[in-house]
Design a protein around this ligand. Structure first.
Ligand SMILES: Cc1ncc(C[n+]2csc(CCOP(=O)(O)OP(=O)(O)O)c2C)c(N)n1
Ligand code: SF4
Ligand SMILES: [Mg+2]
Length: 323
């Protein structure tokens, strides 16, 4: 791989009023009212700015945003298969470097961002995402997590929480809790298995300035980076569409979602509550958990308690040199 040609330094923003006014993800698309993934897209696009190429694996953020030649993107955007967002990003990155080297393109290397759902990141799209991370391509892979295969009818995915009612995990007399498995951990999957990765972070639509700054930090890194962004989905989770931000904030306040950065081996935490609220506070706003018994909720609470008390495992891996 040729040496990266990147000199940009996207500056952090301090306050919400310093966030750029320019939009690169425009209104007028067809996502549901209160859609968490759409809100994060708008914030990510603002953070990245005009020199950006988005890749959109199949999912709500492709299907609801791109119908009959009409899209909300004010920067280049390309649909990829749900399986291959990471592979397409790798190809674009490699091709762009060749164009720059041969003098067929001028200017700053672009921000290459894969905007994939949880299915397109850590389930159906896992092999291509992992290969992009492993080979060390200069691209940001975002998993916008609405905790389901939403676009095809709210089926369970590996990030659906324990107890979630989805169309593939309906609660009934045989399996009263709905989903019986606990979720995959996307950031730890990326950190633990990809020596070329230097920056990984979690973010939430509840904290837009933090989200924007993490996107910028990731884009300033030369090499592969990963963001896991919590994006409540009113349709799939069954809550009032005016409560998207409230639900996202409660996820953090109860420990269901944890905010941190992993920066070249060092962990830093954000918005860690001094005292966590009971997970019940988060569950009660959402119909997908309405069937849970006290015993099921206690099982989920025990999982969250263990998670928030656990110490992160430091990963010290050799970073391969670019050719
Ligand atoms: C190989 C393949 N399998 C299944 C599908 C059908 N499919 C299209 S979108 C989608 C859901 C994607 O879920 P996710 O990546 O989480 O994005 P979301 O819809 O939740 O935004 C599925 C299963 C497909 N397009 N390609
Ligand atoms: S189903 Fe969920 S993720 Fe999909 S457009 Fe509607 S609110 Fe957004
Ligand atoms: Mg999804």
């Amino acid at each position: 791989m040729a040496a990266a040609i990147k000199t940009q330094n996207l500056a952090p923003v301090k306050l919400i009023r310093n966030v750029p006014k320019e939009e690169y993800y425009l209104p007028g698309h067809r996502t549901c009212a209160g859609c968490g993934p759409a809100l994060q897209y708008k914030l990510v696009a603002k953070a990245a700015g005009p020199n950006t190429i988005f890749l959109g694996p199949t999912g709500c953020m492709y299907v609801a945003n791109a119908s009959y030649l009409c899209t909300p993107y004010a920067v280049p955007w390309m649909h990829t298969q749900i399986t291959n967002g990471g592979a397409v990003a790798s190809g674009i990155e490699a091709a762009y470097k060749v164009l720059l080297r041969k003098g067929k393109r001028e200017g700053e290397f672009p921000n290459i961002i894969v905007m994939a759902g949880d299915g397109g990141s850590v389930d159906i799209g896992l092999q291509a995402m992992s290969a992009m991370m492993y080979r060390g391509h200069d691209a940001l892979f975002i998993c916008y997590d609405n905790e389901a295969y939403a676009n095809t009818g709210i089926q369970t995915s590996p990030t659906t929480p324990y107890g979630g009612n989805t169309t593939f995990t309906p609660p009934g007399s045989a399996i009263p809790e709905g989903k019986t498995l606990f979720p995959k951990d996307p950031p730890q999957l990326v950190i633990g298995a990809h020596p070329a990765v230097k920056y990984v972070a979690t973010a939430s639509i509840a904290y837009p300035v933090d989200l924007i700054n993490k996107v910028r930090k990731a884009l300033n890194v030369v090499g592969p980076t990963f963001l896991h962004i919590h994006c409540p989905c009113p349709k799939g989770w069954g809550f009032d569409e005016a409560k998207t931000v409230e639900v996202a904030r409660l996820a953090i306040e109860t420990g269901m979602w944890n905010m941190y950065e992993w920066d070249n081996g060092e962990y830093r935490y954000q918005f860690k509550p001094k005292k966590y609220k009971p997970v019940r506070e988060y569950l009660k706003l959402q119909n997908r958990f309405a069937h849970l018994s006290d015993a099921h909720i206690a099982k989920l609470q025990a999982f969250v308690d263990a998670k928030v008390k656990a110490k992160p495992v430091p990963v010290e891996a050799a970073v391969p040199k670019a050719n």
